[in-house]
Design a protein. Structure first.
Length: 317
């Protein structure tokens, strides 16, 4: 065995013992080496990736190709890169990863390579992004619509190729949109006040059944039959809706994810759905409790009439 082969085998043995994925590429991004952790993370064997670019060998998700191209450009210009990127494994499962990369030079022939370590941060990224921002808004007393818009925007950062909406159910059993920052206005106007029922698209059906409704193609699914003309005008194909419940199981609202591609939810999406359901329930209950406190501060709990505190406040004003 020659010295070069022995060095390569030692490097492979050492990196295969690491829990972090390791990728070595040339300065153009063509892969020269991956370790065992990369295979576990992405699902590719070395033979399937070596000699190819990562962005060209796995399914596209969000702005993955653009973000990886930015990382490569930064490495060529500055010699180092650190950032979070949304990628996809060979099964089509999205993952958020943290990547740290540096340029190293082989002084024997002055050739340069990029060595990157990659860690799966999917769950921590989701929790950090959604929980931290929303809990801060709760503490600062933001109103319901503002907080729901925050949830939509943050989710759309996590899943760039999807849009989100959140609606409450009023006393008459109709949907009242609270946030849908990137859905077309004409569509929002069309579904505002929609009465929930067993065949009322994704959101109306989920609210009525108190169960998630995941439609992978609204143009052919029977639940969207009454809205076929509306669906034909939308750029979206898949709409997944989840009921928002109180702790006692009462459905208070519903949120939905809209995708331009006819796809079904994956583990990544289900985790975000679960977090959103918990956070929306927390927000709704917090708002309801505050409204109850405000009511009792001004009205008699038995009669519902204005109390002395209310009239004293009016006099002072």
């Amino acid at each position: 065995m020659d010295v070069t082969q022995k060095k390569y085998d030692l490097i492979r043995l050492a990196t295969n013992s690491l829990s972090q994925a390791v990728v070595v590429t040339d300065m153009n991004g063509y892969v020269a080496f991956v370790n065992a952790a990369y295979t576990r993370l992405i699902g590719q064997e070395p033979a399937d990736i070596i000699g190819r670019r990562v962005s060209e060998s796995i399914p596209e998700v969000g702005n993955m190709k653009a973000s990886l191209a930015h990382a490569l450009a930064t490495l060529n210009a500055e010699g180092a890169y650190q950032g979070d990127n949304l990628v996809c494994d060979v099964r089509g499962e999205p993952k958020w990863v943290s990547m740290t990369a540096n340029v190293v030079t082989d002084h024997s022939d002055q050739s340069s390579y990029i060595v990157a370590t990659i860690s799966d941060i999917t769950f921590s990224k989701i929790h950090e992004t959604l929980q931290h921002r929303l809990l801060c808004d709760l503490v600062h007393g933001k109103d319901l619509r503002t907080m729901m818009a925050v949830v939509c925007k943050e989710v759309q950062q996590l899943i760039p190729d999807m849009h989100m909406s959140i609606a409450l159910i009023d006393e008459s059993g109709r949907l009242k949109l609270q946030a849908a920052p990137d859905l077309p206005k004409w569509y929002c106007d069309a579904i505002e006040g929609l009465e929930i029922g067993p065949v009322t698209g994704s959101c109306g059906t989920a609210a009525w059944s108190a169960e998630p409704v995941n439609v992978s193609d609204i143009r052919v699914d029977p639940l969207w039959a009454p809205f076929r003309e509306l669906a034909a005008q939308l750029e979206y194909r898949a709409v997944w809706s989840t009921p928002i419940k109180d702790t006692d199981g009462t459905v208070r609202g519903v949120f939905a994810f809209y995708s331009v591609r006819p796809i079904k939810p994956k583990t990544f999406h289900w985790h975000i759905v679960d977090i959103c359901a918990q956070l929306c329930t927390l927000v709704f209950e917090r708002i309801a409790a505050q409204e109850r406190v405000n009511f009792l501060a001004q009205r008699d709990s038995l009669t519902g009439l204005y109390n002395r505190g209310y009239f004293q406040q009016e006099l002072h004003e």
